[in-house]
Ligand binder design. Structure first.
Ligand code: ATP
Ligand code: MG
Length: 448
């Protein structure tokens, strides 16, 4: 027996039967981002390791435990992208985009790689949709990206994803807060998990993010960052909350939200689903006003979020949300005999060149299995071509939904077929659907 190679742990295959879930989500995120004026950016899957050490932070879980790093031929080491923000900032600086006027708004859909313990909703290769906005301090910008994330979740048909909101202040407010945390946790040192004991020295705020039940329990009585915010940070947070109130966006102020990556300042938020178990954070983001400078640029305020697409799809599945249906072929041409096969192949080609989707037999099967196949692939119409049809130059075009058959001249096939297809699309309710959607839009109250 030959050795069968398996896919690496923590990765997934997306099979054709599931592809429409991905297409639906990808279309929803990119269409909605574009409505908000974000433009797509694509950057390499791997970057210089230093990029992530400097941006994500050398005390973060990502850098200490989760990076896939390879050494290249020379001295360089590269890391598979664990998240999207650092690469985008690097690309924007390198390509002069930070000099092109603000705000700059970009989005991306990327695979990302983290060496984690695989479990439901936690993979080693996963996919993220992310947005980044540069060049504004305004709390309206914070509100806008939260609004965008909410619009996407809404567009996916999700209602039950709760927004948790917090502010983690600026480096000044945080210095005082860190001391308060150290003081609070120090007497509990021995009860903490090993990682948290280390965090206590290096970065005590991360203790609040620990998933171990004992650490969580201890952390529940810890001082709250909001009590330590400086005036500027407090005002920013108050204003953001009142803008969200204006939009009617519900949120819960949650002092446990500190985010896993070092670069955050002020606003941090997560959208958490109750429907997919422990790994319920579908979207996480916030402001990172120090990052661009950290990566060698001018001080440019920035903000954004990352949305885990596997978790988004899992949530949609568990809530019974609808995905776009797979497109079915417009026509299946069933030839009988060699002469007919030639004619069928040419006809399929002509139908495709006219912009329709057509298939014909490639296996050499009889009529019955061909009809079963046409049914399985969901062909809207079938035409059978045999010696008889070749002789008379006339065939029957069968509407597979209604069962109706229309005689068509092979010499005028394309005209007859396209008018039947258009009729079918309208009769099948699509016409009504479009009319209904227009009526809904008119009905909506757009006054403020
Ligand atoms: P978590 O607390 O779940 O580890 P994180 O803070 O490490 O998340 P981010 O770096 O903010 O996550 O990534 C943004 C989003 O990407 C997360 O909210 C989540 O939806 C998704 N995500 C992160 N890590 C994974 C993973 N290993 N597998 C699947 N999705 C992930
Ligand atoms: Mg993580």
């Amino acid at each position: 027996m030959s050795l069968q190679v398996k896919r690496p742990k923590g990765t997934q295959d997306v099979l054709p039967a599931d592809i429409m879930k991905w297409r639906t989500v990808e279309a929803t995120v990119s269409d909605t981002a574009e409505q908000f004026g974000f433009r797509e950016i694509r950057t390499p899957v791997f970057e210089d390791t230093a990029l992530y050490v400097r941006s994500v932070g050398d005390t973060s879980d990502v850098v200490t435990k989760e990076m896939y790093t390879v050494s290249s031929k020379g001295d360089a080491t590269f890391t598979l992208r664990p998240e999207g923000t650092a690469g985008v900032v690097r690309a924007m600086l390198e390509n002069g985009m930070m000099n092109e006027g603000f705000p700059q708004k970009v989005y991306y859909i990327i695979p990302a790689y983290r060496h984690e313990k695989p479990q439901a909703g936690r993979l080693r290769e996963f996919h993220q949709f992310g947005v980044e906005m540069f060049g504004t301090q305004s709390p309206y910008a914070d509100a806008e990206i939260i609004l965008l994330a909410a619009a996407i979740l809404d567009g996916c048909g999700l209602e039950n994803v709760a927004l948790h909101l917090n502010s983690i202040g600026c480096p000044e407010c945080r210095a005082k807060y860190r001391e308060a945390l150290r003081e609070y946790f120090a007497p509990h040192r021995e009860e903490l998990c090993e990682t948290c004991r280390e965090r206590l020295e290096k970065n005590p705020m991360r203790l609040l993010d620990c998933k171990s039940p004992i650490c969580r329990e201890i952390a529940s009585g810890a001082p709250v960052i909001l009590d330590y915010l400086c005036d500027g940070c407090r005002e920013h947070f108050e204003e953001l909350k009142s803008i969200l109130d204006d939009y009617g966006i519900k949120y819960e102020v949650d002092s446990r939200i500190v985010r896993g990556l070092d670069y955050y300042t002020r606003t941090v938020f997560e959208f958490i689903s109750q429907d997919i178990g422990a790994q319920g954070t579908v979207c996480g983001g916030g402001r990172y006003d120090g990052l661009v400078q950290e990566l060698g640029g001018q001080p440019v305020p920035a903000l954004g979020f990352g949305m885990g697409l596997e978790r988004l799809i899992m949530t949609m599945e568990s809530c019974g949300c609808a995905f776009e249906p797979e497109k079915t072929p417009d026509l299946y041409i069933a030839p009988m005999g060699d002469a007919a096969r030639r004619k069928a192949a040419l006809l399929a080609d002509a139908v495709r060149q006219a912009g329709y989707a057509a298939e014909t037999d490639l296996v050499g099967r009889g009529l019955k299995p061909q009809m079963r196949y046409a049914d399985k692939i969901g062909a809207k119409f079938v035409v059978v071509i045999g010696d008889n049809e070749l002789e008379t130059g006339e065939a029957k075009l069968k509407n597979m939904r209604s069962g109706e058959e229309t005689p068509v001249k092979l010499s005028e096939f394309m005209n007859a077929f396209s008018s039947e297809l258009i009729n079918e699309v309208f009769e099948n309710g699509l016409g009504d659907e479009i009319a209904g959607a227009v009526a809904d839009e008119i009905e909506k109250d757009t006054s403020l």
